[in-house]
Design a protein around this ligand. Sequence first.
Ligand code: DLL
Length: 432
Amino acid sequence: MYWEEHLETLPREAIEKIQFQRLKRLLCYVYENVPFYRQKFDEYGIKPEEFKEIEDIKKFPFTHKDDLRNSYPYNMFAVPLKKIVRIHASSGTTGQVTVVGYTKNDIEVWSNLMARTLVSCGVTEDDIVQNAYGYGLFTGGLGFHYGAEKIGATVIPMSGGNTKRQVRVMKDFKTTVLTCTPSYSLYLAEVAEEEGIDVEELNLRVGIFGAEPWSEEMRKEIEEKLHLRAHDIYGLSEVMGPGVAVECEERNGLHIFEDHFFVELINPQTGEYVKEGEVGELVITTLTKEGIPVIRYRTKDLVSLNYEPCPCGRHFVRMSKVLGRSDDMLIIRGVNVFPSQIEEILMNIEGTEPHYMIVVDRKDYLDVLEVHVEVNEKLFSDEMKKLQELERKIKEEIQSNLGISASVKLVEPKTLERFEGKAKRVIDKRKI
Ligand code: DLL
């Protein structure tokens, strides 16, 4: 299903033509309106007029999160504040927040892309959307809200938290679509069970989950527990918010809305392009944003790209699920490990629950990896021998798949922290 069929089914040549025209206009726009870009282009000795074909984009400098931080709060805006109708901000894990601003037209474009997103997941005006992404400076809540209203669905603006109330509303208001982070969806499932609500009594059919990494195994868990079809959605505040890319009904990669975002995939160390199918860092240029356009923004998100046509009829490139971030890779005794790899192993082992925490520390100059994971009720009440067996199995799988030794701590069901927004799965205690 499409929201804007003529645009969503554009052939590749037409997409590239639009991208070229928009990039050309954009480079002049930022050179004229954002002192930061003018200065940066001048330093690189490059002028917008030198952009003559798409490949010329490589001559322009990257933009980093730090550039936005250093421009706090408004120095990267391309329009006067009176033209800005909305502010959002992303907290990030380190200190300074990044602030983004939207013009009326930016909100219109964003709402449209969120409408495309919802429709491509099969949501219609007949649906009742329980929006449990946080409302506020975070882009999730309002992003989904505007898109769902645009397609005429009924929105329940729950925001995150208040979990018991969420599950009651879910049942009483006959929610059909749930939107929240994947970790929160599992928490909702758990609380529903505690409250004596049987999933069969619910009307859920679609879930649109994102804002944090999650594995295919986690998808299976969520679908089993909530009886819905789970789609992955990707986005980031610096580029717009949710609605940059989403899985269509095929769920074989996330289509990036390339008429609004130009993407490149690079080796994060060298900045060189990686080959199609290989994993690299996603770099995004916004093609239509007025408030705070970004040129070659380094997302730090690691994905692979697939340009093959999709049976859904869209020719927009598909990105894989986010496999990790170049900055959340753990180096443990020299071995590169992504938390997502540990999650995949845990989810594939019978007896564990999808709640875990990875703790890294350094003892006597050596990195130590500890994995805390909840075991399910049934196993927990079983004999010690079975628990020891499970512990041994997890250790062995981590060793054989990742090549590192880990100590495993099995914990009682429902003892690890639950999250209402983005989950935090890693505690790195090393002081390096
Ligand atoms: O998380 C926007 C969003 C809201 C996306 C709701 C989807 C749903 P930020 O808070 O700026 O924006 O965080 C952006 O979150 O660079 C990724 O590292 C991560 N991220 C977002 N979506 C996904 C996803 C929102 N589907 C950062 N899978 C991004 C994995 C994701 N990571």
